[in-house]
Design a protein around this ligand. Structure first.
Ligand SMILES: [Cu+2]
Length: 468
């Protein structure tokens, strides 16, 4: 590295006028040269105290490294440099959604697809770990390791900071107990009416979904950001008939990329399921040719986190001939609940580890214990159930009831159970599976519906049906 030099000798060698004063003139010139030499030596031996500071003594070279972003990865994802290197990273985003890079205490702006950014990481004196700060990307492994090849200079610790699966007690929230949940007086703004209206008469459904990120009460006494379709988590339940067209405009009013994937339609995913940036919209059109209850969800990575934050819902498609007559229909969307910080919502590491805190039907644990479903003895009810996970199975059961009709994933495992003297006790559903059960309650009483995976019923997938 070049250190600033003192004045060059040429600037000191001014021609002296020949005044005839002899030795006195030469003495002055000699003193001047000596002063300049002393000054020059002082400047060249004082770099460690000038403003260049340690850079001037420790830094070897500036290394500019190109890094491309592909999918959820930096390529390369490991950079080796000698200790003391001044590292500059040129980033180019080849992915279809925005990313950034945080490294050594500095961060790029969000880099849109196709764009580039430069990050000056400063002087590297030890191993470092960089990551993408977009929600969930770090926990999905979007990491960049900077490793010093001169290990004596390594401060260590950087690579030891990889996020680890967080299980056990939740550092972000006090998880409401069963008593807290059963005694909770649910508010109108949180309550999700389980009653399912019939399909609208139209055969073309012009719809709009707006994505927002808003703070909501997700469990008794705990508020956090949720990512919402039309202000709801789960998103709105859509209903139509086989053959209907759904034309939906998705608008992203959030702060990060989002998208939607409708299982009810058969379309090439490339365009309609693309992640759109904040402020953007797309139109997603499909014909629902097949009856059943179909999941939709945000398809932006990591999907587990987008679903855990609320971005999933149901499309119910009736068969062309319609369904059997019932007195009441209900829709229950089953899912896990991950309590996280108020400002950021579900914690990506806990979601990735499957460390859910609670479970729920329709967004809020135990809400139908607070406000039971009410029926009259002899009424026949159809319960549509969809499991949106993100991860866990559901074994839907009603205590005191037997299902004489079960529809699941395109088939009737049980139909006419009453006349045939058979029935089913559960509707089993893996994530993204759905179906319905039909049941008649002959006697008044307090029935409960549960996920018969009992520890999940105890975490909130539990509700009450009052039959009068
Ligand atoms: Cu999303």
């Amino acid at each position: 590295m070049t250190i600033p030099l003192g004045p060059s000798a040429s600037t000191t060698r001014q021609p002296e006028p020949d005044t005839g004063s002899g030795w006195a003139s030469w003495l002055i010139v000699g003193l001047a040269i000596a002063a300049v030499v002393i000054l020059g030596v002082t400047l060249t031996t004082a770099p460690s105290t000038n403003e260049a500071g340690p850079v001037s003594t420790a830094a070897r070279d500036t290394v500019t490294q190109e890094v491309r972003i592909e999918g959820m990865s930096y390529v390369p994802d490991r950079i080796e440099v000698p200790a003391g290197t001044h590292l500059v990273i040129e980033l180019h985003n080849d992915d279809d959604q925005p990313h950034d890079l945080s490294l050594n205490g500095v961060r790029t702006e969000l880099i849109d697809p196709g764009d580039s950014a430069t990050l000056d990481a400063g002087v590297v004196t030890g191993d470092l770990e960089g990551w993408c700060t977009v929600a969930g990307h770090r926990s999905q492994g979007m990491l960049l390791d900077v490793v010093v090849t001169d290990t004596s200079a390594s401060s260590g610790g950087g690579l030891g900071d990889r996020p680890t699966a967080a299980v056990g007690s939740n550092p972000f929230a006090e998880v409401p107990t069963s008593a807290d949940r059963l005694n909770h007086d649910i508010t109108d703004t949180v309550f999700h009416d389980p009653v399912l209206p019939p399909a609208p008469a139209s055969t073309v459904h012009e719809l709009a979904f707006t994505v927002t990120e808003e703070i909501r009460e997700v469990a008794p006494g705990h508020r956090q950001v949720q990512w919402l379709f039309n202000g709801q988590a789960p998103g709105p339940t859509l209903r139509g008939r086989a053959g209907d067209t759904f034309r939906l405009t998705l608008t992203n009013d959030g702060s990060m990329g989002h998208s939607v994937d409708f299982h009810a339609g058969e379309v090439s995913p490339d365009a309609p399921m693309a992640t759109i940036n904040p402020g953007e919209s797309l139109v997603y059109e499909f014909v629902a040719r097949r009856s059943g209850i179909w999941m939709y969800h945000c398809a932006t990575a990591p999907m587990s986190l987008h679903i855990a934050n609320g971005m999933a819902g149901a499309v119910i498609i009736d068969p062309p001939e319609g369904l059997d007559e019932v007195d009441r229909e209900y829709a229950l969307i089953a899912h896990e609940v991950f309590l996280g910080p108020e400002a950021t919502g579900a914690d990506a590491d806990r979601v990735s580890a499957g460390a859910y805190d609670l479970t729920a039907f329709n967004g809020f644990p135990n809400q139908y214990d607070s406000r039971p479903i009410e029926l009259t003895a002899g009424q026949r009810a159809r319960f549509w159930v969809l499991n949106v996970g993100p991860d866990n199975p559901v074994s839907f059961h009603i205590v005191g009831g037997i299902f004489d009709t079960v529809f699941s994933e395109g088939a009737y495992p049980v139909r006419n159970g009453l006349t045939e003297g058979t029935g089913a006790q559960v509707l089993p559903l893996l994530p993204a599976q759905g179906g319905f059960v039909e049941v008649t309650f002959d006697e008044p009483g307090t029935y409960t519906f549960v996920n018969h995976i009992m520890t999940d019923a105890e975490k909130g997938q539990h509700g009450t049906i009052i039959v009068r």
